[in-house]
Design a protein around this ligand. Structure first.
Ligand code: ADP
Ligand code: MG
Length: 340
């Protein structure tokens, strides 16, 4: 056996195996890029559950024509400097676009705010075509067609159009809660359509976005949370005990604007409700944790949904304390329903 270096395309396809699990992962990465580019409006369209087409149009900063080849090259990013502990953007790994380009047909059409023309680059199954001038408005249009055509084994694992379309809707809903002042639209199959108007970045605006995303009944049965401990800020809403669900899928939690799935946070929420909810019932939450990026590690997994806190006990204590206090001080509705 001889040892040899893998080709760039195989390396990208291996990375894609972790970063791009299904169409919804593509949508997550593209929406993160649009948000990192400062977009105020993000327009999504999909076909075939995202397997045939995913298109994301944003009005963000755009990419200069000469940087388009870098945007689709592995480990090239405009977001991370030399300090891996100071991550202030949703992206930082520089691998989403090259991964997508290695398993699908990707086109990136962009026009920076100060540029008077647009340019496009195309990557199909890892083959990069030369940059060419095109007509486009300011911002970026990313199109992904025939996802996984280059990796048929992965394609076989897709669950069918409706399941993939609904996973896409979930991803957009989830991230939109952290960016209420950004307008999101999604069109695809009928059931997956979304139109989330921009609202102010304050408590009132957040409550309106929550109403649009999670339904007005959650907004009406939620208690505001606002607490701080040791430089960690916690804001958002948590449901009264009378408003609970049979699973924990409706616990939306964000760390510095990034949707996360974290055992420590899930267990803290459970602990906060332990006296007021039976074991098989789960609170609904939209909670936003903000802290110095140096106090949390987001570089745990390529999909960036896992986090590690420098001081897990502090975060847990803050969550349990703040939710319990909120339930106690505005728990009149819950205590009457609990006694009934
Ligand atoms: P990362 O987001 O980790 O930097 P990506 O592969 O997702 O890596 O994107 C590579 C680079 O392409 C980004 O760092 C950014 O400079 C540029 N880019 C990608 N999408 C957009 C967009 N929608 N608007 C502006 N720039 C973008
Ligand atoms: Mg990215």
């Amino acid at each position: 056996m001889t040892i040899r270096q893998l080709s760039e395309n195989v390396i990208n396809q291996i990375a894609a195996g972790e970063v791009i699990e299904r169409p919804a992962s593509v949508v997550k990465e593209l929406v993160e890029n649009a948000l990192d580019a400062g977009a105020r409006r993000i327009e999504l369209a999909t076909a075939g559950g995202g397997l045939t087409l995913i298109r994301v149009i944003d009005d963000g900063s755009g990419i200069p024509a000469e940087e388009l080849p870098l945007a689709v090259s592995r480990h090239c990013t405009s977001k991370l400097g030399d300090n891996i502990h100071d991550i202030r953007t949703l992206g930082f790994r520089g691998e989403a676009l090259p991964s997508i380009g290695s398993v699908a047909r990707l086109s990136l059409r962009s026009r920076p705010r100060d540029a008077d023309s647009a340019a496009e680059i195309v990557v199909e199954g890892g083959k990069v075509s030369p940059v060419r001038p095109v007509a486009a408005n300011h911002g970026t249009i990313v199109e992904v067609r025939d996802l996984f055509f280059a990796t048929p084994a992965r394609l076989k694992f897709m669950k069918g159009e409706r399941a993939e379309a609904s996973a896409i809707t979930d991803v957009v809903k989830r991230i939109s809660l952290a960016f209420p002042s950004v307008r999101f639209t999604l069109s695809g199959s009928d059931r997956s359509t979304l139109d989330l108007p921009a609202v102010p970045e304050d408590g009132e605006g957040l409550l309106r976005r929550i109403g649009h995303v999670l339904g007005t009944d959650f907004a009406e049965n939620a208690i505001p949370i606002d607490a701080e401990r040791g430089g960690v800020h916690l804001t958002g809403y948590a449901s009264i005990p009378a408003y609970s669900r049979g699973n924990a899928l409706h616990q939306y939690v964000y760390v510095n604007g990034r949707p996360v799935r974290d055992k420590l946070i899930a267990s803290a929420i459970r602990a906060a409700y332990v006296d007021v909810l039976p074991r098989d019932r789960h609170a609904v939450t939209a909670l936003f944790i903000r802290l110095d990026p140096e106090l949390v590690d987001v570089n745990v997994h390529p999909a960036k949904a896992d986090v590690r806190f420098r001081d897990p006990g502090l975060v847990r204590g803050l969550l349990v304390g703040a939710i319990r206090q909120a339930l106690g001080t505005s728990g009149t509705r819950s205590s009457t329903s609990g006694a009934a």
